[in-house]
Ligand binder design. Structure first.
Ligand code: 1HE
Length: 267
């Protein structure tokens, strides 16, 4: 295993809990957690290292009233980037978000306020999203003379479908409340704190065997990129490894001797 050197991080606040859950907080609330290049590099750094550092699950949060305002428009304006420059910026976003989605460590996003533009691209790279009553989603790129560059064409389209994605980009449509959750922009909507709910989910997730979580949080995404034939083959190979892991035997034995919890409907 490797260590995560917390002192390297400035724009991300990192907190390790004893149960292996890490809370990763975008920590530029005065900039509404806009994603500048340094923040993206810190996300690359953290999510590249987390799978080898014993991180069992991550709560991804944003400090302040808004989860994330997307691309740092001021930095983008000041840098006056060339097409090649901005292509490379986007490739670093993809590096960060692919490490999140494919890294094998469950990432639960705790959302509040604006989840817009690149902020929605970031949130859609998490495995589970929890929204609260203040949360709203939009893709304002069209109005700003921009286009999505952090994976929205793939991930947001996966969540809401092509027509809704195009409508969001063309008209700046805002989704919020139960409707946003029903569409799949989040899987949970809470009355209280999205952070508390996300932490509860992360803790529950962290009780799974790490190899099971690794498969769930990498294989499912990889399989979407494969033909059905290849995905079925890959699934068999992954299940061969995961379902015979020595640590699973105790859980199977607990089922056999009737000490393990049964699956019951919610009351
Ligand atoms: C920012 C940014 C930003 C705020 N880049 N600095 N994203 C957007 O188009 C969203 C742009 N932001 C907003 O619409 C609003 O700021 C919010 C709805 C998120 C928050 O509103 P509010 O009233 O709480 O804050 P504010 O007064 O607008 O901003 C507070 C400060 O945050 C202010 O800085 P200050 O130094 O003047 O205090 C803002 O400049 C700063 N700020 N948002 C930089 N985004 C890979 S391609 C991805 C494409 C995109 O993501 S397009 C971006 C879409």
């Amino acid at each position: 295993t490797v260590e995560i050197d917390i002192s390297r991080f400035k724009n991300l606040d990192l907190q390790a809990h004893e149960d292996g859950v890490w809370v990763v907080t975008l920590n530029r609330p005065t900039k509404r957690n806009a994603l500048d290049i340094d923040t993206i590099e810190e996300l690359v750094d953290f999510f590249s290292t987390a799978p080898r550092a014993g991180v069992k699950a991550v709560v991804l949060a944003g400090a302040g009233d808004h989860f994330c305002a997307g691309l740092d428009l001021i930095e983008h304006h000041d840098e006056d980037r060339s097409p090649a420059d901005f292509m490379h910026v986007c490739l670093r976003w993809h590096e960060a978000f692919n490490k999140m989605e494919y890294g094998g460590v469950p990432v639960i996003a705790a959302l509040q306020g604006a989840v817009v533009g690149g902020g929605l691209e970031l949130a859609s790279s998490a495995h589970v999203r929890v929204m609260d009553q203040s949360t709203y989603f939009a893709l304002p790129e069209g109005q700003r003379g921009l286009f999505t560059g952090g994976g929205a064409t793939i991930r947001v389209t996966d969540l809401v479908g092509k027509s809704r994605m195009i409508d969001m980009m063309l008209t700046g449509r805002v989704y919020q409340g139960q409707e946003a959750c029903d569409l799949g922009l989040a899987q949970y909507i809470v009355e209280g704190s999205s952070f508390d709910k996300a932490l509860e989910l992360a803790r529950r997730t962290a009780e799974n065997l790490p190899l099971s979580n690794f498969a769930i949080c990498s294989a499912v995404s990889h399989m979407q990129n494969m033909s059905a034939m290849d995905a079925a083959y890959a699934e068999a190979v992954v299940a061969g490894v995961v379902n015979t892991q020595p640590d699973a035997r105790a859980r199977l034995a607990a089922f056999a001797d009737k000490s393990a919890a049964r699956v019951r409907r919610n009351d």
